[in-house]
Design a protein. Structure first.
Length: 241
């Protein structure tokens, strides 16, 4: 699943085995909100809720993988013993993930949060995608499980926090390596680049240092994290071609 948008390399986290394992990610880079908007299928202002599950994504099998879904964050389905799961090539890990001596050499630990939509900033195109508009309600956001691994450009999503999420939607058939989520799943675009924190006063601050301005023609913020507003994000979304 994640390997479709990332190039991942597994590497040692330390000789003691106590430090989280390190994963290197090669994300596409977005330097404006406009470029992030063009890349994302949808964008939402949300309140982050509880963790609904954790699972190590091994890429899965398009025909189904790992048994029935479970909502338990502690007890996931056993790994598929088939050497071809997720790749179509015997004995190789999922595309984009290189082997190593970690338990995560052939999969990527993921955590899934329920989130309540407070406003829709970028509505997925129902004609192009063949789907209904996303209503106010709840969705599931996936993220790298930073309690299990360390990855540059990936930071925790905290229950109770308010965020703007620029994301791509994966239907049930598009995330066969994940069983704890049985329906649609939204993955932030470019890791932390697709996550912006919303402060109590309404200011929206980018997590990623790569985001510098609203558009190519807007003044770039020269110091600190780029800060803007929900209204400004919506205006950029309205201009998406």
């Amino acid at each position: 699943m994640v390997a479709t948008s990332l190039s991942l390399t597994s590497c040692s986290g330390g000789s003691t085995g106590e430090s989280p394992h390190n994963i290197e990610a090669d994300y596409a880079t977005y330097d404006t909100i406009a470029s992030l908007t063009q890349a994302a299928e949808g964008a939402f202002q949300v309140k982050v809720g509880q963790v609904v599950g954790r699972e190590c994504d091994d890429g899965g099998d398009a025909k189904g993988h790992g048994g029935e879904p479970t909502d338990s964050p502690e007890e996931g389905p056993e790994d598929d013993p088939s050497p071809t799961a997720g790749t179509g090539t015997p004995g190789t890990p999922p595309a984009g993930i290189e082997g190593g001596d970690s338990p995560y050499a052939n999969c990527l630990p993921m955590v899934f949060h329920k989130a309540t939509i407070e406003s829709v900033i970028l509505q997925p195109n129902p004609v192009a995608r063949g789907t209904k508009p996303v209503p106010l309600g709840e969705l599931i956001i996936g993220n790298v499980d930073t309690e299990a691994v360390q990855m540059e450009g990936a930071s925790p999503i905290v229950p109770g926090s308010y965020m703007v999420v620029y994301a791509d939607k994966l239907t049930n058939t598009e995330h066969p390596g994940i069983n704890v989520v049985s329906g649609d799943l939204w993955m932030p675009v470019g890791g932390d680049q697709g996550l912006l924190d919303v402060a109590a006063g309404g200011a929206v601050k980018a997590r990623a240092a790569s985001i510098k301005s609203l558009t190519d023609s807007s003044p770039a913020q020269r110091s600190g994290r780029f800060t803007t507003s929900i209204d400004a994000l919506k205006k950029v979304a309205e201009a998406k071609s």
